[in-house]
Ligand binder design. Structure first.
Ligand code: OTU
Length: 652
């Protein structure tokens, strides 16, 4: 029958793949070859299917074999310690979902000068409970402005001022023995204009011209521009840059010096697969797939979130699972709510793409709730998100190194009687400090008069109101700002997934007033919230009552509680529970051992949550894990939460 024929063809393709791999493993032991065989058998179908969807059949078949060979070479080279980690992780594929996971993200040089310096700060990170360290781009960037390292000139060499590749390997080993995973960016949508591929393209080499999108005429450019938004309308308008060497227009979604690579070229996919294997063998454990949404272009669309992006991810992940299964992929897709969960896999990609993805909807809703003092929009937006595969997890965060874009769905807003546009406008006004009662000290990033879009820069503490309070010498307002900040962190730490602390938030660090002084930074106010670590300020975490002590101890306390309770495992989907007061967001997590309810008051006044609701949720007469105290209802049978207060409650 034709079906049996297809099965036979598939089986013989898989057999070919195993043979191709084996040929590279001549110097390996028979048991290593067997391990490799088993992995190819397991992951080949994922690899093959995704490639078949991306490329013509013969191209896909050939690329599949090349990738298996590359995986085999990387497997053969892999350090025994990393092989051991592969084995451990294969036995606990949910390692990144464990409640003990806590992230920290920083620029190596701003945190500790260089890679050796970072190694010197492991104790500080351990004091916080960090298990996952994201160091911002540290591979060799172009000279001059490099968009904070996101314009990579050499993926295989560490930035000289930070150290050497050996230093990086040393650091990953030191982190591993301290129970921390290193996370690095894989900038895969673009390379620097100075990267060797771009240089070769500029020299006129056809092979490398085909690594990019180069259009000959302004008409072709305009045809694409018709439906393309602009990411940096201020300092990099449009999506194409005329290049005199190329004598053509090259696709540059971001800055003019960041050239988008052409993933419809199978050689590009192969190049990046090899880069992934190379970084994995240096001991990198998680790859942050930068700007992943933009990887595939299609005329007549916004060229974001195209289905091929997920096929590419599936292929790369299958290669990694074969060679270095310890590593995880994290999607950096800061996109509209409707496009987000696809990055963790829906439909045929279910559970087969990224392991982790940024929960920008949660992040945006935290700032929205803090500004509005009410939770109905957040509840509607979060309820509207489809569930994610239980084998994947969110990266939850309050702030990161980028601006905040108001990813609020118009339909979600309408469902609670708001206008999406008006609410986004309110949030931009509020966080830039222009709204009448706003305590925030943020700045507008990339105002786009055409769309009305105004994103926001600023550190969490400055956005929460600490800066303005201290400027006025208003201690009460300062305490309120800290309470707001802690509340935001309580929500992300109780959500499930890996909460990532943006460097400095643990010390309530404020905007860097000197951000524009550095050459190349003056036009990009995201540097306002990328201060240098202030190690003197860090000492204030030992001074009772200081903002630093309040923040630092709240975070460590929350993490201690989290790691001790399996309710926080990421495979348990949080549900937004009954809303009884518009100020209180209740989050329910149902573990087989019992329910846990997080109650968060986002308003500035005392608010009640009814005992009857707690009873229905199964946590009446429960214990608040953060204080260890038994819940006390007041005479009116309500649990009252102070302004910006929260409780994590389990039944008793
Ligand atoms: C990412 O962000 C990085 O986080 C930025 O720091 C880089 O500048 C950029 O890519 C280019 O490498 O547009 O404003 O997902 O929001 O990918 C930040 C959509 C960005 C984008 C995101 C991008």
């Amino acid at each position: 029958s034709p079906l049996a024929g297809a099965d036979t063809a598939r089986a013989s393709a898989a057999q070919k793949a195993r043979t191709a791999g084996r040929a590279e493993l001549r110097n390996c032991s028979e048991s290593d070859r067997e391990v490799f065989d088993v992995r190819v058998a397991k992951w080949w179908p994922d690899l093959d299917r995704s490639l078949q969807r991306l490329y013509p059949a013969e191209v896909a078949a050939d690329l599949g074999l090349r990738l298996v060979r590359a995986a085999a070479r990387a497997f053969a080279d892999r350090h025994p310690d990393l092989r051991h980690l592969d084995l451990v992780r294969t036995l606990s594929p949910d390692w990144f979902e464990d409640p003990s996971m806590l992230g920290y993200a920083a620029y190596a040089e701003r945190f500790a000068q260089d890679l050796a310096g970072v190694e010197g700060k492991l104790e500080y990170l351990q004091e916080l409970g960090v298990t996952y360290l994201h160091l911002m781009p540290l591979l060799t960037p172009r000279e001059g402005d490099s968009d904070g390292g996101y314009a990579v000139a050499d993926y295989r060499r560490v930035r000289a001022d930070l150290g050497t590749n050996e230093d990086l390997e040393h650091l990953t080993a030191a982190l591993r023995s301290s129970g921390m995973s290193l996370v690095l960016d894989l900038v895969l949508n673009h390379v620097a204009r100075e990267h060797e591929w771009a240089v070769a393209a500029r020299r006129g080499e056809v092979k490398y011209r085909n690594y990019f999108y180069i259009l000959d005429t302004r008409e072709e450019v305009d045809a694409f521009e018709e439906t393309l938004p602009e990411v940096f309308p201020d300092f990099a308008p449009g999506n194409f840059t005329w290049d005199e060497d190329l004598k053509g227009w090259v696709w540059t979604t971001f800055n003019s010096f960041q050239w988008d690579v052409n993933w419809s070229n199978p050689d590009v996919l192969f190049e990046y697969a090899e880069i992934i294997l190379y970084l994995a063998n240096l001991g990198v454990e998680v790859l942050r797939m930068d700007a992943i949404a933009f990887m595939w272009k299609r005329l007549g669309t916004n060229s974001q979130n195209q289905v091929e992006v997920h096929d590419i991810t599936q292929a790369l992940r299958a290669v990694a699972r074969i060679a270095c299964p310890a590593i995880a992929f994290k999607a950096e897709a800061i996109v509209a709510p409707a496009d987000l969960v696809q990055y963790l896999g829906t439909g045929e990609h279910y559970g087969k793409v990224s392991d982790l993805a940024y929960h920008n909807v949660l992040m945006v809703q935290i700032w929205s709730m803090l500004a509005a003092g009410e939770v109905s929009l957040a509840a509607a937006s979060l309820r509207a998100l489809p569930p994610i595969p239980s084998t994947t997890a969110w990266i939850t965060y309050v702030r990161c190194h980028d601006d905040i874009g108001w990813a609020i769905d118009d339909a979600d807003a309408e469902s609670v009687g708001l206008s999406g546009w008006a609410h986004r406008t309110f949030l931009s006004d509020y966080y830039s400090g222009h709204y009448w009662n706003s305590p925030a000290s943020g700045v507008v990033f990339q105002s786009n008069p055409e769309t009305g879009d105004r994103r926001i820069s600023g550190t969490a503490a400055s956005l929460a109101g600490l800066e303005s309070a201290l400027r006025r010498g208003d201690d009460e307002a300062a305490d309120t700002a800290i309470a707001r900040l802690i509340l935001g962190y309580a929500l992300v730490m109780g959500w499930g997934g890996i909460p990532v602390i943006w460097m400095g938030d643990e010390l309530a660090m404020m905007n860097d007033p000197q951000w524009a002084a550095e050459p190349g930074h003056e036009a990009d106010n995201r540097w306002a919230h990328r201060p240098r670590m202030d190690w003197r300020l860090a000492e204030a975490r030992h001074r009772a009552g200081s903002p630093q002590q309040q923040m630092f101890s709240a975070l460590t306390r929350l993490q201690q509680v989290r790691r001790a309770h399996p309710h926080f495992h990421a495979s348990i989907a949080p549900e937004i529970a009954e809303i009884h007061d518009e100020g209180i967001l209740a989050v329910l997590r149902v573990h087989p051992i019992g329910p846990l309810v997080g109650l968060h008051n986002f308003s500035n006044s005392w608010r009640p949550y009814p005992g009857s609701a707690l009873s229905r949720l199964g946590v009446l007469a429960g214990t608040d894990l953060t204080s260890g105290a038994t819940l006390e209802l007041s005479e009116d049978d309500n649990l009252w939460l102070p302004p910006y207060g929260f409780r994590w409650v389990i039944g008793s």
